[in-house]
Design a protein around this ligand. Structure first.
Ligand code: EPZ
Length: 421
């Protein structure tokens, strides 16, 4: 167990290279199970989550090699049973369900347990696979999927109470590419990570149209072949560094990004009065001429404001004069960071799915507890601007989704120490 010590008061300046996307790498690595051939995936970030996925692929029978950001997978012979001990460590393991069902017409995946960011059922994933003709049963904490007869393409709507589902769309897409006939997914998730997965599948020989929109059409094929793919940059990591530049910076550039994927974030920063400029693969944030203004956000599915940036903007609003508010519509209880920010002197009122934040002059460093990936990023950002030292416990939450975060921050001038608990 490690903790991160953040010495506040060191202004950030400079360039940071953004890693490949965690939320794109995970389903793309799972998709390599759809073919017997070699697949080469580049720009896979070195994170505990991607390493769990590689262990799961090996446990399913695939040969896996990794050399820094490049992963080679050959899933010649695979089995349908996923190991509980690995799956319980990472909810996103659920995305092997689609490729196993598509290729083997059989999958046994442990039912994901509870999550601190809120209730996260997988009913839409299962409904989608049932529409294709699979039988779903629960037994002993496991989801058993089986199709005695070949799966059959159909038209389905995957919209749920909270809108579209990212991994649910990925799972159905990965089953549908090897399913006879035409599958139309209405209410599909349009996130860039879903589009990136579809682009990889198309390189493997899949027939897909409309990825990146809410209506995806898949023409099933008999089999897929190997392919090479470079994962898109991580827009949430990039957004987190832009907020670091806003909260306590004098010119921070994020390099190797797709500015269009960040528009929902940069528009908000611009509206708050920060100077934000872009080139084809970089975005730079500078303090604005006057004092920043408060904002009123509502998280939505893409291209709306991302829930995975909510906590970071909550930290930013703590130091912006006046009132800001953030309504969380995707994971309404995703406010674990609020009580920890209040320990640092923040003035936040929680009212159901909405946080109302009144800016304070300064935050003060304190020992705080990380609870989940993005909440812990918010605590690091608050620590950068706080007076004194902040100690963030349970650092493993950060290592799940940020590659070398403390080293990258130090290159921008932050002073942090990673120490054993
Ligand atoms: C993905 O999770 C991301 N994870 C999450 O990022 C992200 O917060 C989320 O999408 C939303 O953008 C990965 O890509 C690995 P959903 P996912 O299914 O696919 C409800 C991070 O910080 N729902 O789109 O699991 C669900 O409860 C992580 O990197 C159902 O009701 O999220 C939620 O309210 C955290 N039934 C909403 O839909 C279902 O079957 C959206 O969830 C599935 C979801």
């Amino acid at each position: 167990m490690e903790k991160l010590i953040v010495h506040g008061g060191n202004r950030l300046r400079g360039k940071v290279l953004i890693s490949g996307s965690k939320n794109s790498s995970l389903p793309i690595l799972a998709a390599t199970l759809l073919t017997k051939d070699d697949c080469v995936i580049r720009q896979v970030p070195d994170l505990s989550d991607t390493n769990y996925m590689l262990q799961i692929l090996r446990a399913l029978g695939a040969e896996v090699e990794r050399a820094s950001g490049t992963v080679n997978v050959k899933a010649e012979k695979i089995i349908p049973d996923t190991p509980y001990d690995l799956v319980r460590k990472m909810r996103a393991s659920i995305c092997v369900m689609g490729p196993l069902t598509g290729r083997l017409r059989k999958a046994v995946v442990s039912m994901p347990g509870g999550c601190v960011i809120g209730d996260r059922p997988v009913d839409l994933h299962l409904k989608g696979l049932e529409y294709l003709g699979a039988k779903v049963q629960m037994d002993g904490g496991n989801i058993h999927i089986e199709a005695k007869k070949p799966l059959k393409g159909c038209t389905m709507n995957l919209l749920g109470k909270f809108g579209s589902t990212v991994l649910g769309t990925d799972n159905v897409l990965m089953a549908a590419v090897l399913t006879k006939g035409t599958t139309i997914i209405e209410g599909a998730a349009a996130e860039p990570e879903v589009e990136d997965l579809a682009n990889f599948l198309i390189k493997m020989g899949a027939k897909i149209e409309g990825a990146g929109t809410t209506r995806i059409v898949v023409e099933g094929v008999k089999e897929l072949h190997g392919a090479e793919h470079t994962v898109i940059p991580d827009r949430i990591e990039a957004g987190t560094f832009l907020v670091a530049g806003a909260i306590f910076g004098d010119g921070v550039m994020v390099k190797r990004v797709v500015p269009a994927h960040l528009k929902n974030v940069t528009d908000t920063l611009l509206a708050s009065g920060y100077e934000v400029t872009s080139t084809k693969d970089s975005v730079t944030i500078m303090p604005g001429s006057g004092s920043p203004k408060g904002f009123h956000l509502t998280t939505r599915v893409y291209p709306g404001f991302p829930t995975d940036m909510q906590a970071q903007f909550c930290a930013l609003a703590c130091l912006i004069p006046g009132l800001s508010s953030i309504k969380e519509t995707i994971f309404p209880q995703r406010f674990m960071h609020v009580s920890e920010l209040k320990r640092m002197g923040a003035n936040i009122e929680l009212d159901g799915d909405t946080a109302r934040i009144t800016g304070v002059e300064t935050l003060s460093g304190a020992p705080v507890m990380a609870s989940d990936l993005r909440a812990s990023a918010a605590l690091v950002l608050a620590g950068l601007a706080a007076k004194g030292t902040t100690e963030i416990h349970r650092l493993y939450h950060i290592d799940r989704g940020y590659e070398h975060l403390d080293e990258k921050l130090s290159m921008l001038g932050a002073v942090t120490e990673r120490v054993k608990e």
